[in-house]
Write a protein that binds this ligand. Structure first.
Ligand code: GLU
Length: 504
């Protein structure tokens, strides 16, 4: 039996329900997509449910743009959700900003039942006591000052005009859980002080809304980044309270913390690193399949050293026992190489469909392309598919085949390097040879140029074809020259050679 079966047995007869619950702040980044992917794959692997929830209770930081970008990102990647925004489901609404009355109700019930209490300490007082604790080498963190206020003390604070926060009363004991990725983890009671659930202005915090929704949405497995490890003991304690007041059905989800993703040097990949932004991958032409393939490797492996796989195959094999607790290193070069593998695996027709938007954005083709452009694409794409690393790179590789001569430009440095006065003879001979080609195909073009430049002028191939290549394709590195000339046609080729000759 696979280890998945062992792990899944923990969920008993209950079907697996996992969630991806980002906060809509800023732009989607690869770390969060990795989390979404692992949850999606686990749901698909187990035949469970992938819940998508938006944690937008922080009105100062959340934005509607970011919300739309998240939905759009999951759609682009094909990570379909079973319950969530726009899809609905039995536990909706799935945007926390639409569930505020639920949190207010739960918060009040926690307070009445004594699991939470009003705390009147001001920020300044808390800060001063934290400093003192540090100075006296005591563990900083809330010191329990308001834990057991009498009614008259509460009344006095209220009369003073103080506005209370709601604070959770942590049980006086250690918390241990068997993490699905990291095994047994224990947090000692001194390290998990009472914490705030609701702000003074009534705004509920992540500490409350996340576990409340996990409970109400019957989440069975919480798979999330290691940075959230320290919130787990708090959530386990809150779960017990939620069960006691009848909000949860008494089951606690299993927790699994996915490894950190490290960036350059030895530090965590930050949201601010350019390679972190999902949009960068879309803009430069990474295939969603390739990006997911690469993100899957950040902490998970298929076994057998297989590194090229689609998300369906990943989900077939996705077991938590293969999630590696050690930090994973984000390597843009490897991600790009995998993208190249995916590009090579596409049929030329599929690749053409995918590069057209990039070529159209660069003004190289119309969208949809004209019949003539389609012909050029069908002939030109197989010449460059092998070397294309991103869809965006198709622009620099193919533009010379698609733009009219008026818009054709040679790379200045390349032109300066090879189109020297000495090359005038070469270009003249090339023009004459091309002009004389009768059967217009690669073989005849090849023969004509070889016999004129190599045999006729006695040039070495590099010297012979370098100037012709830059004159016709614009660059010293280009798709195969004779094939390119064939696609361009005799008139266009001769005109370009003529322009280059005139500039010498
Ligand atoms: N909204 C939280 C975040 O984006 C979710 C964390 C969790 O998965 O519990 O960090």
């Amino acid at each position: 039996m696979t280890d998945a079966a062992v792990v899944d047995a923990s969920a008993g007869a209950e079907r697996v329900r996992v969630r991806f619950c980002p906060s809509p702040t800023g732009n989607p980044h690869v770390g969060m997509i990795r989390t979404a992917l692992f949850n999606w794959a686990y749901a698909r692997h187990t035949g469970g449910t992938f819940v998508f929830r938006i944690e937008d209770t922080d009105s100062a930081r959340d934005s509607e743009d970011s919300y739309s970008a998240l939905l759009e990102a999951l759609r682009w990647l094909g990570l379909t959700w079973d319950e969530g925004p726009e899809v609905g489901g039995p536990h909706g609404p799935y945007r926390q900003s639409q569930r505020l009355d639920i949190y207010a109700d739960v918060a009040e019930r926690l307070r009445v039942a004594g699991y939470a209490y009003q705390c009147f300490c001001s920020q300044d007082e808390l800060e001063a006591r934290r400093e003192l604790a540090k100075a006296e080498s005591r563990t900083p963190g809330y010191d329990g000052q308001c834990r057991n206020l009498t009614e008259s003390q509460v009344a006095a604070y209220v009369a003073e005009g103080r506005v209370p926060v709601l604070r959770f009363r942590m049980p006086d004991r250690d918390f241990t859980w068997d993490d699905l990725v990291r095994g047994d983890i224990t947090f000692g009671k001194d390290h998990v002080p009472d914490y705030v659930l609701v702000r003074g202005n009534g705004e509920p915090l992540y500490t409350l809304v996340n576990p409340v929704d996990d409970a109400l949405m019957r989440i069975t497995h919480v798979l999330r980044g290691e940075d959230l490890l320290s919130s787990t003991p708090r959530q386990l304690a809150l779960y017990e309270a939620l069960a006691a007041i009848g909000v949860s059905d008494g089951t606690t989800p299993r927790f699994g913390h996915l490894p950190y993703v490290m960036g350059e040097g030895n530090r965590k990949l930050s949201k601010r690193d350019p390679e972190s932004a999902l949009q960068m991958y879309r803009d430069t032409g990474y295939l969603p399949e390739a990006l997911l393939n690469y993100l899957a490797l950040l902490g998970w492996s298929m076994g057998d050293d297989q590194e090229f796989f689609g998300k369906e195959l990943m989900s077939e094999h996705f077991t938590l026992s293969r999630v590696n607790p050690n930090p994973a290193r984000f390597d843009l070069k490897k991600c790009t190489a995998i993208n190249g593998d995916w590009i090579r695996a596409l049929s030329p027709e599929d690749l053409i469909d995918r590069i057209v938007p990039f070529l159209a954005d660069a003004g190289v083709v119309t969208n949809p392309p004209t019949l003539e452009q389609q012909q050029v694409l069908r002939a030109g794409v197989p010449l460059v598919q092998e070397r294309m690393e991103t869809l965006g790179s198709s622009v620099s590789m193919l533009a010379f085949l698609l733009v009219p001569n008026e818009r054709f430009e040679m790379d200045e440095a390349d032109a300066a390097a090879v189109l020297t006065p000495d090359s005038a003879v070469t270009i003249d001979a090339a023009i004459a040879a091309i002009d004389a080609v009768e059967t217009w195909d690669t073989e005849s073009i090849n023969e004509a140029l070889r016999s004129a430049l190599i045999e006729g002028l006695g040039l070495k191939p590099k010297l012979a074809f370098g100037p012709v290549r830059v004159a016709v394709t614009g660059r010293r590195v280009s798709p195969p020259l004779f094939e390119s000339i064939e696609i361009l046609g005799k008139a266009v080729t001769i005109a370009r050679l003529g322009v280059a000759r005139a500039g010498l």
